[in-house]
Design a protein around this ligand. Structure first.
Ligand code: NAD
Length: 473
């Protein structure tokens, strides 16, 4: 039995002990889920929609308890409540579109009208979900809800960095009478590895290095892996952009949740002619941003959730300064009461020699680089191994769209930033090293949990072997 400890990001104290699920435990639970999965599938779409409605009611009833635990896990209050509300909202969203998600009926064959075919959609029996620490509930449930709706059972392993929210969520799942088809296991990478060995498909959200391991393990087990990984999202601000709007979006897109979001703006390219004004306005707005310390009920930025992330932020800022960047705001990880915080950090004169422009920083850091021609901005935005998302600001949507179409990323926000955090209806892939597998957003986010089975019927006579004789015409 392995005991693990979790750190409170506001105090730095290791004050939460929990037990990691063993491989045997995961196997036992997987067997139970698979057995219950037959009844879950037999319920049909309508029956499952009704159960998911009960889950959303139960989550509403347990909202305060879940939000309170999430708040300790992540050191922030408002976003914790929004995570619970967001999951409840996503259940409603899926229920609203569920009836239109699957085509039905027989189709005539194109070449031989005597042959007809009909699709059958067969859910994976058991889907595994492995989630990271930055939005512990949201990223545990984002794939789970459509998988359940599709008829799969689900086993979730959240991050060992943020384990506290699991108990009240399990209480809600119990209250909805769904613990036979949806469960959590706790633990670190070893538990995640064991999970992959017991499921029929794996949804992973996390870093690129871990994603590579998950993809390799899934390939070894011949199961599909849906990977949503890190990013280095660029924001391109063209000369014609409205600077007030662009700075609002740049700041929010970069520092919301202390920059601990995969689709955060991580680098900013500004037309040289407006760079000075852009920086002035951005600095003024960044200076108004406050830490939620000492009062968690005030301010905008929570602590750095994962202790070691603070070292990455410091390393990226130091490297940038050593290579010629100027710190215009923030710039130093602050220790308060045992936790670690960073104020919005604007770095001017950034270049692609700096780690802060090439590696995922995952903090409230805004390196800014000037460009001369649009083509340069597009080339710089695409000069990355990542391709999660991006943003473009311009005076007109047409101009922003023209640049957006040239950017190699799975989603581009036009005249705003990081819209995929708020808007989940549009299908999107994660390009390059940022991911693999189908879209988690839009109807495809549901359909990827269903294997297509073809029923092919011949209304005429089957072909005899003679039709294939060497001398047949
Ligand atoms: P991580 O890769 O360190 O861990 C993610 C999860 O994987 C954790 O639950 C961890 O226990 C588990 N894990 C670790 N080793 C494993 C193994 N060998 N096999 C199976 N599971 C294993 O990521 P993190 O630090 O928790 O999260 C931050 C990262 O997540 C950032 O890179 C961020 O960009 C990314 N992220 C991506 C998205 C997206 O939608 N693309 C969303 C949020 C976060």
């Amino acid at each position: 039995m392995t005991q693990l400890q979790a750190r409170d990001p506001r105090t730095g104290e290791l004050d939460f002990q929990f037990e990691a699920s063993s491989r045997e435990d995961i196997e036992r639970r997987a067997n139970r889920l698979r057995a219950a999965g037959q009844d879950w599938q037999a319920l049909g779409m309508d029956g499952r929609m009704a159960k998911l409605g009960e889950l959303s009611d139960a989550l509403s009833e347990h909202r305060e308890a879940i939000a309170a635990r999430l708040s300790v896990d992540t050191g922030r209050r408002a976003i914790a409540g929004r995570e619970v509300d967001g999951v409840i909202g996503s259940i409603f969203g899926w229920l609203a579109q569920a009836p239109q998600l699957l085509p039905e009926g027989w189709n005539e064959g194109r070449n031989n009208p005597a042959i007809r075919h009909a699709p059958q959609f067969v859910p994976y029996s058991l889907v595994g979900v492995i989630s990271p620490w930055n939005f512990p509930l949201t990223l545990s449930m984002i794939d789970t809800i459509p998988a359940l709706l599709a008829g799969c059972t689900v086993m979730i392993k959240p991050s060992e960095v943020t384990p506290r929210f699991v108990d009240p969520v399990m209480a809600a799942i119990d209250a909805a009478g769904m613990s036979d088809v949806l469960t959590f296991v706790q633990g670190d990478g070893a538990t995640g590895g064991a999970l992959i060995d017991h499921v029929d498909a794996i949804c992973f959200t996390g870093s690129v290095p871990t994603g590579r391991k998950v993809a390799a393990a899934a390939a070894g087990n011949m199961i599909p892996a849906f990977l949503e990984l890190g990013g280095k999202d660029p924001l391109v601000v063209l000369e014609s952009a409205d600077i007030d709007k662009a700075t609002d979006a740049a700041l929010r897109g970069s520092v919301l949740s202390t920059g601990q979001a995969c689709q955060s703006i991580e680098r900013i390219y500004v037309a040289r002619s407006i760079e000075e004004t852009f920086l002035e306005v951005l600095i003024e707005k960044a200076k108004a941003v406050e830490l939620n310390w000492p009062d968690i009920g005030r301010g905008h930025l929570g602590p750095i959730i994962f202790d070691k992330q603070a070292d990455t932020l410091t390393a990226h800022i130091d490297d940038a300064v050593a290579k010629g960047a100027r710190i215009l705001t923030g710039g130093k990880v602050e220790n308060h009461g045992g936790g670690k915080w960073l104020l919005p950090t604007i770095l001017a004169d950034a270049t692609h020699e700096m780690a802060v422009m090439r590696e995922e920083t995952f903090g409230p850091v805004m390196p800014v680089m000037a460009f001369d021609a649009k083509e340069d901005a597009i080339r710089l935005a695409n000069d990355t191994v990542f391709g999660l998302s991006a943003a473009v600001f311009a005076g007109t949507l047409d101009e922003a769209e023209a640049v957006g179409r040239e950017i190699e990323a799975g989603a581009v926000s036009l005249n705003d930033a990081a819209l995929t955090a708020l808007f989940h209806e549009a299908e999107k892939h994660s390009f390059k090293a940022s991911g693999m597998g189908g879209s988690r957003m839009g109807p495809a986010g549901f359909q990827r949990f269903l294997r297509r089975k073809a029923l092919i019927a011949n209304t005429g006579a089957p072909a005899p072997i003679g039709a294939f004789a060497e001398d047949a015409n």
